[in-house]
Design a binder for this molecule. Structure first.
Ligand code: GSH
Length: 342
């Protein structure tokens, strides 16, 4: 009796252990992506540094890189991405309806969006805050916008924050609301509004791309909100959710461990156990995601680590000229922190 009970509990433990190490089963989004051999990625219609197509239709940007990395990890080829440009209003419906697999487009994580849309936020690829762009001159602080007309795009957190900020500070700001971003920025640059408001990264991008003389416009120092921007997926496919999270984390972890686009192949022979594990040289972490062991090595090779992608697309050497700031690694005073890849 005692022996049987012992045998049973040993079997139970064995079964539990087996379950714990089972590879992830592909869900319906993963199946669909693999079957079509392509990831469908929803991006911004055009936000320099984040997501923008050139005259040949080649997309680039921080948000674009994320989808390339995901395609490299899942499909073995970073070019297997179909880009679907979406404006602020269209983005959630496109994901809910299945038109896209993943939304990678300067989208702020908020409780309402995360909990009520049937979608999940994957993580944060850019910590931002809302700011104001004004013509260089009299206005030097957001508190001076009393009674001012401010151009803003609808369907955004921006519109709501502007109202809150005006009310909280009794500024009586007059929002001038547009559905399309070109209309909102066009109105600002033609002098119809005294300020344009969006995420500070968006302001830098718009100023670099659309201002006739970028130096004639300043981004006010005040940030009036928290805008943690990141990708989203539909609920209902936990395996895809896990893959999307760990590709995002993996690119940050790669920066922390000094794995770059240029050295990723050599790094496979590194004696650092963590690097061996991440690159599939000593351990296979990919199997837990339903992928192969080279999933992350391929993603890094395609777009570089998070820091490289940041520098190439929006960093100080680009026209967008954004400092690393909050988007630096946690070990360098920023907020970018990946849970361990082990
Ligand atoms: N992060 C904010 C704002 C995002 C947003 O859509 N910003 C505008 C202004 S920069 C934009 O990207 N528009 C481009 C478009 O709609 O095509 C949000 O998630 O609501």
């Amino acid at each position: 009796m005692k022996l049987n009970a012992l045998k049973l509990s040993v079997m139970g433990l064995g079964a539990a252990a087996a379950l714990m190490s089972l590879p992830a089963h592909a869900g319906k989004t993963v199946d669909a992506i693999k079957a079509r051999g392509q990831l469908v990625c929803g991006v911004n219609t055009g936000l320099a540094g984040f997501s923008q197509a050139d005259s040949n239709g080649a997309w680039s940007g921080l948000d674009v890189d994320y989808c390339r990395a995901l395609a490299a990890a899942m499909l073995g080829d970073a070019t297997k991405v179909k880009w679907v440009p979406l404006n602020a209003q269209q983005r959630f419906t496109a994901l809910q309806s299945g038109e896209i697999d993943v939304l990678s487009r300067n989208t702020t994580n908020t409780l309402t969006r995360d909990a009520s849309l049937g979608l999940h936020f994957v993580g944060v690829n850019y910590y931002d805050g809302q700011g104001f762009l004004v013509p260089k001159g009299k206005i030097t602080s957001a508190r001076q916008l009393k009674g001012a007309t401010v151009c803003v795009q609808s369907g955004t957190t921006t519109e709501k924050n502007l109202t809150d900020f005006s009310r909280a500070n009794k500024l009586n700001i007059k929002p001038v609301v547009f559905e399309k971003v070109e209309a909102a920025t066009g109105a600002y640059f033609s002098g119809r509004c005294q300020a344009y408001t969006t995420d500070a990264s968006g302001l830098a991008s718009v100023r670099a791309k659309e201002a006739k003389d970028p130096a004639a416009h300043v981004i006010l120092p005040d940030l009036i909100s928290k805008e943690p921007l990141g990708p989203m997926v539909r609920r209902g496919d936990d395996e895809f959710f896990a893959i999307t999270k760990w590709v995002l984390n993996g690119l940050v972890e790669a920066e922390e461990y000094g794995i770059t686009q240029a050295n990723v192949d050599q790094m496979k022979t590194s004696t650092d156990p963590q690097i061996g594990r991440m690159l599939g040289a000593t351990e296979d972490l990919g199997k837990h995601l339903g992928l192969d062991k080279e999933w992350l090595a391929r993603a890094i090779k395609a777009v570089g680590n998070y820091g490289e992608s940041f520098e190439r697309n929006v960093g100080p050497k680009t026209a967008i000229n954004l400092p690393r700031g909050k988007n630096n690694l946690w070990s360098k005073g920023g907020l970018m922190y990946s849970p361990p890849l082990r």
